[in-house]
Design a protein around this ligand. Structure first.
Ligand SMILES: Cc1cc2nc3c(=O)[nH]c(=O)nc-3n(C[C@H](O)[C@H](O)[C@H](O)COP(=O)(O)O)c2cc1C
Length: 161
């Protein structure tokens, strides 16, 4: 049973890939979440953007973790950036379960060169304590592996403390 849980949402696979790479490097449990809303295609893109901006969320589809969330030494939440915010399914998870998360780290994936570090503070509004680590990744960018691997090393150092 792992001490680290990596929960992620991914609309087009980029966050899934990043989360799985990070979870594999850490030997972490990886759990994908979704809220069952159809975010596919152009209509789905608009739904995604609108819900992110309005901060509305839908109930999550059932998912399972091996332990209660507060028992993990670290819960890593991985989300694409949607309209400068976290993706709606991750906000839905935070709204419903955030107070059970006492030690969290964030992984953002994004398309642009902006880092969106303000999203970390937005996500902290829902958690029992502010994040201990975070990274903002741009899939396909030359710096992607550097920042991903740096984050993995930071998590390992954090867990050694
Ligand atoms: C509705 C919507 C809004 C987005 N807004 C932003 C944004 O504000 N800034 C940005 O850099 N990327 C934005 N993106 C791009 C995604 O964050 C980026 O492509 C991400 O890596 C996709 O992850 P995924 O494949 O796991 O869904 C947006 C994507 C969607 C669907």
């Amino acid at each position: 049973m792992s001490d680290v849980l990596c929960m992620y949402y991914s609309r087009t696979g980029k966050t899934r890939e990043a989360a799985k790479e990070i979870a594999a490097a850490l030997g972490a449990e990886a759990v994908e979440i979704t809220d069952g809303v159809d975010y596919g295609g152009a209509g789905g893109f608009l739904r995604a953007g609108r819900s992110a901006m309005a901060r509305t969320t839908a109930p999550l589809a059932p998912y399972q973790t091996q332990r209660p969330l507060h028992e993990y030494r670290l819960v890593i939440l991985a989300t694409p950036v949607w309209a400068g915010r976290c993706a709606s399914p991750i906000r839905g998870l935070l709204k419903r379960r955030g107070l059970e998360m006492e030690r969290v780290a964030y992984v953002l994936t994004r398309a642009s060169g902006k880092h969106y570090e303000e999203v970390y503070e937005q996500m902290d509004l829902y958690t029992a304590a502010p994040h201990v680590l975070a990274v903002s990744l741009r899939p396909g960018d030359t710096g992607y592996a550097f920042w991903r691997d740096g984050f993995v090393q930071d998590v390992k150092r954090y867990l050694e403390k």
